[in-house]
Design a protein around this ligand. Structure first.
Ligand SMILES: [Zn+2]
Length: 100
């Protein structure tokens, strides 16, 4: 594993992350990628590769947490809807006991 790099944002592994110069002669451009899942990209410098990689990890983590929050929000909205229906039903029943 390359130093200072977080685990792959897609497969979560950190044992096959590769960072290398695209053209060793000129050191022009850096490839960074995960040998397990194939996620990779090229950037200008090693520092940028490290920053972008770790940024992508952070973004993936936030996207995952956002997805979880949206799921929980939907579940809560459905529960609110059901409770409102129950309240409506109970009021209706109370106002006119013959409807019970
Ligand atoms: Zn991976």
């Amino acid at each position: 594993m390359v130093d200072d790099l977080k685990p792959c944002p897609f497969c979560g592994k950190d044992d096959q992350i590769v960072m290398q110069n695209v053209d060793p002669e000129t050191s022009d451009g850096v490839y960074i990628g995960c040998g397990r899942c194939g996620f990779s990209f090229n950037v200008r410098s090693a520092d940028q590769a490290r920053d972008d990689w770790n940024q992508r990890v952070l973004e993936s983590s936030l996207e995952y947490r956002l997805g979880e929050a949206q799921y929980e929000l939907t579940a809560a909205q459905e529960e609110i809807y059901c409770l409102k229906e129950e309240i409506h039903y109970l009021k209706y029943e109370k106002d006119d006991p013959q409807n019970a």
